[in-house]
Ligand binder design. Structure first.
Ligand code: TXA
Ligand code: MG
Length: 318
């Protein structure tokens, strides 16, 4: 059950056109890559991206990988460095994800980066993924297409087992050849292995001519998922505020209007889609005292509150 009658599409011209129409409408479409099936949304549409977290039942907003058709396209979204150029030229298209500073003119929905200043980019090799991304002619944000806490899907049936009724469609391209997620590399500026995956570490090191650093050995807090907790607005945050005190900027929800409202209609998917944009806007306004209206602790409200609680946690003065 769920709000969708999930359709299974074939990787034919008609099926791919239908997949692109759904993506353009802000709907979720699962598609095969060489690693695992991804749960795709238009990476420029915050509301579509918010639906990913809702469909997966993710308790937190993790940053997502943006899938593009070519290295040239990837340059529209990330700031490359010579190490990244080298990895892209050797391993793209393929099971390799590069985490790079996001370009200020990327046009990506802030929710894709979960508020981080970096974006994860990948050019997949699977012919069906490539045809969808090329036909869509835009960036597709996609985590693995499994409910949160479950195993990544490597067939369309796995996707349906976990997400039927929660997504618009799955494009059935048969089993994924790699079956293991992509290798993720970030830069500090030297290359760091954030997640081992489809491209073996030794092969990457041979291509670079230097060993990859690992976040754990270096003691730096850059493991995937951990990074996400580092974003907070500049100002001090007070939660469950039905009204603002003198000097506070009020982040509203539903009938509590506030100065910036996450969703006037009290829609949690819309509120999630607006969250990171609103936090950036508060920084832009140099809001140093922020009061946040109560957000219901259900559905995406849990993830919103998780993020807001982190933002409100005591920290060192800026
Ligand atoms: O093979 C794959 O990578 C598959 C297919 C669909 O492309 N995708 C996948 O996505 O495994 P997901 O969401 O399950 O894992 C993406 C990982 C997460 O651990 C996330 O924290 C990390 O990438 N990530 C994304 N953006 C990041 C960023 N800016 N900095 C650090 N880690 C990031
Ligand atoms: Mg995953």
């Amino acid at each position: 059950m769920g709000e969708y009658e999930t359709v299974t599409l074939t990787p034919t011209k008609g099926g791919i056109t239908q997949a692109c129409t759904l993506l353009s409408n802000g709907d979720l479409v699962s598609f095969p890559t060489e690693t695992v099936y991804g749960l795709g949304a238009d990476a420029r549409n915050d509301r579509a991206v918010a639906k990913i977290f809702s469909a997966k039942g993710r308790p937190q907003f993790n940053p997502l990988i943006v899938h593009v058709a070519s290295t040239e396209a990837a340059h529209m979204y990330g700031e490359f460095n010579p190490w990244a150029d080298r990895l892209a030229s050797v391993f793209w298209p393929g099971p390799m994800t590069l985490v790079l500073p996001v370009r200020s003119d990327s046009g990506l929905a802030p929710m894709v980066m979960a508020g981080l200043p970096t974006v994860a980019l990948r050019v997949p090799e699977h012919p069906v993924a490539r045809r969808i991304i090329t036909a869509f002619d835009g960036p597709i944000a996609a985590p693995s297409a499994n409910p949160s806490g479950r195993t990544s899907p490597t067939t369309a049936q796995h996707v349906l087992d976990g997400l039927s009724g929660r997504i618009a469609a799955v494009v059935d391209g048969g089993p994924c050849p790699v079956g293991l997620e992509s290798t993720i590399v970030a830069f500090d500026p030297d290359p760091i292995l954030l997640r081992p995956g489809g491209v073996p570490t030794e092969i990457i090191e041979r291509a670079l001519g230097v060993p990859l650093k690992t976040p754990i050995l270096d003691g730096s807090p850059t493991a995937p998922g951990q990074l996400a907790s580092h974003y907070a607005p500049l100002g001090r945050v007070r939660l469950n505020a039905k009204s603002a005190d003198q000097g506070e900027t009020h982040l509203g929800f539903g009938s509590i209007q506030g100065d910036i409202n996450l969703s006037v209609s009290g829609d949690l998917v819309e509120a999630a889609a607006n969250l990171f944009g609103a936090l950036h806007e508060l920084d832009r306004q140099k809001a140093m005292e922020i009061a946040v209206a109560p957000i219901p602790e259900r559905g995406l409200g849990r993830a919103i509150n998780d993020r807001l609680r982190r933002a409100a946690a005591p920290r060192n003065a800026p």
